[in-house]
Design a binder for this molecule. Structure first.
Ligand code: HEC
Ligand code: HEC
Length: 294
């Protein structure tokens, strides 16, 4: 009797110990992965100023969706839902970050996804697309944010709850955004001979890749290879970029519709033309459209 009771208690004790140890190991693995440091050089960065730069910066911030995720005054926003499947993700108040960080730190955070303390952002912040942004565009966006009144908005947060630790360790979550970026790759040059194809490539790689990029980067499910755009005629492409309406007026995912209506209406006509020229240049062979779209 007596000895049987003791061994049940002992078993319980061992079971609790193992569970506790496993949870601790999960936490440790997730936490050390999340807080890994990245040694990306802080390139010197001079922030431009002046009313024209600020106005252009606002337009570029619209086009690149900063408001969509960071809130209408860039005051910060809870991103997706709280506690969603083991994650809490909050896009921070940028009007404070622009004051807290030096220009070099701010630019590195946005384009390399590495905070001043060398930890990485998560790919909910699309630095893998913004990596391709030129100094001029990055600087204009920063000048615009600096011109906004300072808010008492939200601190940024990317926190894993126990289910999230498990999802992280199981590889169900995307890796730190700094790992998705080749920090030595040359940025596409928007000004190669002023040619529309180069300009279009620059725009596509620093804007559309947020959802359409390939090679293991983050991709909104269903976003097709952009070569499909080369099968559009110019008028239809403009309609897609301005109104989110596809050829054949198919019902499509709201991400694309909203990006067109609320972001790409800020693109100039010659920028839409440049994008179109770039996509056309990709199609060296005839495109099987039916294979690319759902
Ligand atoms: C698709 C949503 C999304 C878009 C678009 C977006 N952000 Fe973010 N951003 C986030 C999220 C979420 C975080 C928090 C990520 C984290 O802490 O891991 C973040 C973090 C940041 C940070 C890091 C602050 C810090 O140190 O913690 C900066 C700076 C930033 N964003 C600037 C920008 C700018 C500038 C733009 C527009 C060019 C932009 N973001 C567009 C979602 C977005
Ligand atoms: C916020 C995410 C997001 C961004 C940013 C985005 N797209 Fe899309 N796009 C999508 C999704 C999702 C679909 C798939 C829609 C569907 O088929 O339901 C799509 C579909 C498309 C299509 C196919 C339309 C068709 O005929 O089916 C084209 C072309 C396209 N996008 C072009 C662009 C271009 C050009 C840019 C940049 C200027 C861009 N997208 C930026 C999410 C995005």
């Amino acid at each position: 009797m007596q000895s049987g009771k003791v061994s049940i208690e002992w078993l319980l004790f061992v079971a609790v110990g193992i569970t506790f140890g496993a949870v601790l190991a999960l936490w440790y693995l997730a936490d050390s992965g999340l807080n890994r440091e990245y040694d990306v050089p802080r390139a010197a960065f001079t922030m431009p100023s002046g009313p024209e730069v600020v106005a252009e910066g606002e337009r570029l911030a619209q086009v690149r969706g900063c408001f969509w995720c960071h809130g209408p005054q860039l005051e910060g926003q809870k991103y997706f839902a709280e506690h969603q499947r083991g994650l809490i993700v909050v896009a921070p108040d940028l009007t404070r970050k622009i004051r807290e960080y030096t220009p070099a730190e701010f630019a590195r955070t946005v384009r390399n996804g590495v905070r001043p303390d060398n930890t990485s952002l998560q790919p909910a912040m699309p630095s893998f697309a913004f990596y391709n942004m030129s100094d001029a565009d990055m600087g204009a966006i920063m000048a615009y944010i600096k011109s906004l009144p300072e808010q008492q908005g939200l601190e940024g947060e990317f926190r894993l709850l126990p289910l999230g630790w498990w999802r992280w360790v199981a590889g169900e979550l995307p890796p730190n955004v700094a790992e998705l970026i080749d920090h030595d790759a040359p940025r596409p040059d928007p000004a190669v001979d002023g040619a529309p194809v180069a300009r279009g490539r620059y725009l596509a790689e620093s804007i559309c890749t947020e959802c359409h990029s390939d090679g293991g980067r983050i991709r909104v499910p269903g976003s097709p290879d952009l070569i499909v755009a080369s099968a559009y005629n110019r008028a239809d492409f403009f309609r897609l970029m301005r109104e989110g309406i596809t050829v054949g007026e198919r019902d499509i995912d709201y991400h694309m519709v909203d990006a067109s209506k609320y972001r790409y209406t800020y693109l100039y006509d010659d920028e839409v033309d440049a994008l179109y020229a770039y996509f056309r240049s990709l199609a060296s062979a005839p495109v099987d459209v039916a294979q690319n779209i759902r």
